[in-house]
Design a protein around this ligand. Structure first.
Ligand code: SF4
Length: 467
């Protein structure tokens, strides 16, 4: 029997990439590959790239520089190492990668992962292989299902892609170009995936998509189902105690999604709802297709049906043309909403996007200063929510052993990490925890007889907007 070949995947960026990395592992398991945490000993290294963050392609090329040395060392030891570039940078700049980086054997776009075994064979016979087309077939139909032991090894929380691509064309974003138009998977296939996960110990699923609430997959009745309807169905799968979804667009929040939060106690009351800016002028320049008023309205609709709901968001600071007045409007919106968490970044242009053509840029100093003020405000809100948990008893889904001996770590409904001293057999269970203290962003406590309501939204009056 041939010894297994070693596969190392380095994944960047969003949860879609985390999920895709797992599916690539599944696709290559049939070819005799097993995962390794060390690139140096791998027979195949895949860089699963992200195009969203700043200087994405430069980071890929500098990583490829490091891998070239590892590949040369492997060759000196009589071993072949193949290198593949996957993900959104591969999709956007595939030909350029092939031209600039001779060390790369395979370039594969996100819609073609099911072709990885064939691409590796082609690279062996022809030297190199590239596939960045959007194939006619659905990759999910062809990707092999994960084996039960692989599911168990990945833990009690899993992502399931239900939707890919985006039709929104925000002017700063590459996703519509790298992931294509919105496509939704049929309900029956998603339910099968979730059942398989639940049968193998998964307790929490996050259904994901670039624009997940634009979901419009074929339902079991042959009609188009919304995300709200899909969530109702997934909440019925035995073993799934915490369904979640991400990432949502404010304009696609429909009444079925609001109703799901009203009617499904297991649906976690924590919604990632990016807004990007609190200025209508900038939202229009970003082509976000909603105003600040629309966004507040959506938040109010969620809060009307679920008092304990919390929100996280994404913000871009220093979008071309953003004035101090625009930025103050963003701070005002953050102060008004009160976020449990948020991701904020300085604007950086993505080649090929309309915003990259705008000449009216914001200085680096202004961007740094605005980002610091925004992050200070968001941090104060997150800390206020975490502090409010002290003294209350909260349901925690336990995930794994913590680094500190004897501790088990889990997450609250709002994804706050919570640590207790307990035996490992609580992993996979939702148990009440009495919160005693806060250490940075982690809650510390002990198992308690029963949970009490704890969520406390920071009031705008408690928050100081930066200077
Ligand atoms: S909604 Fe906008 S930011 Fe989100 S994936 Fe689509 S184009 Fe990109």
């Amino acid at each position: 029997m041939k010894p297994p070949r070693k596969l190392h995947i380095k994944s960047y960026g969003c949860q879609m990439n985390v999920y895709d990395a797992q599916r690539m592992v599944d696709a290559l398991a049939g070819e005799g590959f097993v995962e390794t945490a060390h690139a140096d000993v791998a027979d195949l290294v895949i860089l699963n790239t992200c195009h969203i963050r700043e200087k994405a392609s430069e980071k890929v090329y500098s990583e490829l520089g490091r891998l070239r040395a590892a590949k040369q060392e492997a060759a000196r030891n009589g071993r072949e190492m193949k290198i593949a570039v996957a993900g959104c940078v591969a999709q956007a700049e595939g030909e350029e990668i092939i031209r600039r980086a001779p060390v790369v054997d395979v370039v594969v776009g996100p819609q073609s992962y099911h072709h990885l075994p064939q691409l590796l064979q082609r690279a062996t016979h022809e030297g190199r292989a590239i596939e960045t087309e959007f194939p006619a077939e659905d990759k999910f139909v062809y990707l092999p299902q994960p084996k039960p032991d692989a599911i168990r090894a990945r833990g009690i929380s899993a992502f399931v892609t239900v939707q890919e691509g985006c039709d929104k064309f925000c002017t700063f974003c590459v996703v519509p170009y790298t992931r294509g138009t919105e496509v939704s998977r049929p309900v029956a296939r998603i339910v099968d995936d979730v059942k398989r996960l639940a049968d193998n110990g998964v307790r929490e699923i996050t259904v994901i998509g670039q624009n997940v609430n634009a979901y419009h997959g074929e339902g079991v009745d042959g009609r188009s189902w919304t995300l709200g309807r899909l969530l109702h169905r997934l909440a019925e799968v035995p073993g799934i105690v915490r369904p979640r979804y991400s990432t949502s667009h404010p304009s696609d929040v429909d009444e079925t999604l609001i109703a799901a939060h009203r009617d499904l106690p297991v649906l976690m009351p924590f919604v990632h709802l990016p807004v990007q800016s609190g200025s209508d002028r900038i939202l229009a320049a970003m082509n976000r297709k909603h105003t600040v008023h629309d966004y507040r309205n959506v938040i109010d609709r969620f809060r009307a049906v679920r008092q304990d709901i919390a929100f996280s968001s994404d913000f871009i600071v220093g979008f071309p043309g953003e004035t101090e007045e625009d930025f103050s409007a963003t701070l005002a919106l953050v102060a008004q909403i009160g976020y449990a968490a948020a991701y904020s970044f300085k604007y950086s242009p993505r080649p090929g996007t309309p915003a990259a053509e705008i000449r009216e840029t914001v200085s680096a100093t202004d961007m740094d200063e605005r980002l610091a003020r925004l992050q200070e405000l968001i941090d104060s809100q997150q800390t206020a929510i975490n502090r409010a948990a002290i003294g209350s008893t909260i349901d925690v889904l336990f995930e794994r052993a913590a680094r500190n001996a004897g501790q088990i770590v889990g997450r609250t409904a709002y994804l706050q990490p919570a640590h207790v001293m307990a035996p490992p057999d609580i992993i996979g269970q939702v148990l009440p925890v009495r919160i005693d203290s806060l250490e940075r962003y982690s809650l510390l406590g002990e198992l308690a007889p029963s949970a009490s309501a704890h969520f406390s939204r920071p009031e705008s009056s408690q928050i100081t907007i930066g200077a």
